[in-house]
Design a protein around this ligand. Structure first.
Ligand code: PLP
Length: 378
C-alpha cells in the first residue's frame, strides 16, 4: 500500500542556504549579472586553492568542460577516444560532438572504475597496428577515483593524453592529490544533483596556463584581439555566469562538510543494511578517499530473495527516490556501433546495483525511513 502522504526523499537534491543567497544578492547589487565578474574570478581562484589545480576555467556545464577538454587534447574527426563504460552519457557525448569515436573500457570490481589492465591490453594491441587513440577519458565514478597512477604509467608509455572526468568526484582524493588534477586536464560538474551545485555549471582545470587561456578563448566565442568583432576560429558560448558563480562559491566553502555528511550517510547504510543476505556496498579503493557522492549497494538476487529493481519500486511506493547504477555506455543504443574492451563487470554492476538517497541534508529520520523500507523487503 503506497504511503504517498510522506514527504518525498530525493536521491541527491541541492543543499543551499543563506550564504549562497547572500552572495547571489551581492552579484545583483553590483549589477554583475553577466558571464564575467568578481564572483567568477573568485570562484576559479577558490577552486584552484581547494583542489590544488594550477588553472581553472568556470563553464556553464560539465559537458561543456569536457567538450573543451577534448578540443584541447587535439581530438579531431575520426580519432578514437577511450572512455570508461560505466558512467553517465555526458562522459562520451562530447567525443561524438567532435566526430570522434568513443571506445569503451570496462570497470574493475575494486573501484568500479576503468580497469588499467584492460586499458593496457587495448593499447598494446592498437600500438602493434599503429592505431592508437588520441586521448583517454577516465571517469571517477560516484565520488571515487580511478587508479590514476596505473593509468598514467600506461598512457605515458604511448604518449596518450589523459582527461579526468571528475564530474562526480569533486573533493575525492587519489593518494595525496585531489581528483581532477593528476592529468593535464580535468573537468567537474555543478549540476543540481552533484555534491556542490551552482544550479548548472562546470569547471575545466589544467596545469598549463596556455591551455586555460585557450579554453577561455573558445568559451567566449573565440574573439580575436581586435577592436571590431573578428574571428579566426570557431568558438562557443560556454562561460559560467557571475550570478551562478556566486552560488558555487557559497557551496564550495561547505564542501568539506558535505563530504563528511555523505560519508556518514554511507556508513549509516552500510552498518544498518550490510548484514542483510546478498547486500554489498561499493568498495573504497585503498588508494584514496571516496566522497560517497552517491551511496551505492549491490543486491545478489539469489541470496537476497529480491531484485534491486523490486527494492527500488518498494522505495518508490514509499515516496523515496533511488536509482539503478548507470547503464554501461556500451549497452546504450546510441553507442551500439562502438568498440569496447570487456564489459562484464559494468554489466553486472548495472544489473545488481542500486543508488540510495545520498543528499548531504538528509536527516536521521529520513535515513531511518529508507533503511526501514529496505529491511521490510527481506
Ligand atoms: C554530471 C556528469 C557529467 C556532466 O555534467 P553536466 O554539468 O551535467 O553537464 C559528466 N560526466 C559525469 C560522469 C557526470 O556524472
Amino acid at each position: 500500500m503506497p504511503i504517498l502522504n510522506k514527504e518525498r526523499i530525493y536521491l541527491s537534491p541541492p543543499h543551499v542556504g543563506e550564504e549562497e543567497w547572500r552572495l547571489v544578492k551581492d552579484a545583483f547589487k553590483s549589477n554583475w549579472v553577466a558571464p564575467v565578474g568578481p564572483h567568477l574570478d573568485a570562484f576559479e581562484n577558490e577552486f584552484c586553492r581547494y583542489t590544488g589545480a594550477e588553472h581553472a576555467v568556470a563553464l556553464n556545464s560539465g559537458t561543456a568542460a569536457l567538450h573543451l577538454a577534448l578540443l584541447l587534447a587535439g581530438v579531431q574527426l575520426d580519432d578514437e577516444v577511450l572512455c570508461s563504460t560505466l558512467t553517465f552519457v555526458a562522459s562520451a557525448n562530447p567525443i561524438r560532438y567532435l566526430g570522434a569515436k568513443p571506445i569503451f573500457i570496462d570497470s574493475d570490481f575494486n573501484s568500479w572504475n576503468m580497469d588499467p589492465n584492460l586499458l593496457e591490453d587495448w593499447l598494446i594491441r592498437r600500438a602493434a597496428v599503429n592505431r592508437l587513440p588520441r586521448a583517454v577519458n577516465v571517469v571517477h565514478l560516484y565520488g571515487q577515483c580511478a587508479d590514476l597512477d596505473a593509468i598514467h604509467t600506461i598512457c605515458d608509455r604511448y604518449d596518450i593524453i589523459v582527461i579526468e572526468d571528475a564530474a562526480e568526484a569533486l573533493g575525492a582524493t587519489y593518494k595525496t592529490r585531489r581528483a581532477g588534477i593528476s592529468a593535464p586536464i580535468g573537468v567537474f560538474s555543478f549540476n543540481g544533483n552533484k555534491i556542490i551545485t551552482s544550479s548548472g555549471g562546470g569547471m575545466l582545470v589544467c596545469k598549463d596556463s596556455a591551455l586555460a587561456e585557450k579554453a577561455r578563448f573558445w568559451a567566449t566565442q573565440a574573439r580575436d584581439p581586435a577592436d571590431h568583432y573578428q574571428h579566426s576560429e570557431q568558438g562557443y558560448n560556454y562561460r559560467l555566469s557571475n550570478v551562478l558563480a556566486a552560488i558555487g562559491r557559497g557551496q564550495l566553502a561547505k564542501l568539506p562538510d558535505f563530504i563528511t555528511s555523505r560519508r556518514n550517510i554511507f556508513d549509516y547504510y552500510q552498518a544498518a543494511l550490510g548484514d542483510l543476505p546478498g547486500i554489498d556496498f561499493m568498495p573504497e579503493a585503498e588508494w584514496g578517499k571516496c566522497t560517497r557522492w552517491l551511496s551505492c549497494m549491490t543486491v545478489n538476487e539469489e541470496l537476497a530473495g529480491i531484485s534491486p529493481n523490486k527494492i527500488r519500486l518498494r522505495l518508490e511506493e514509499n515516496n523515496i527516490e533511488s536509482r539503478p547504477v548507470w547503464k554501461p555506455l556500451h549497452l546504450q543504443p546510441l553507442f551500439s556501433d562502438c568498440e569496447k574492451a570487456g564489459g562484464r563487470v559494468a554489466e553486472k554492476l548495472f544489473r545488481t546495483g542500486l543508488c540510495l538517497p545520498s543528499g548531504s541534508a538528509l536527516t536521521s529520520e529520513q535515513l531511518q525511513r529508507v533503511v526501514a523500507v529496505i529491511k521490510s523487503c527481506f
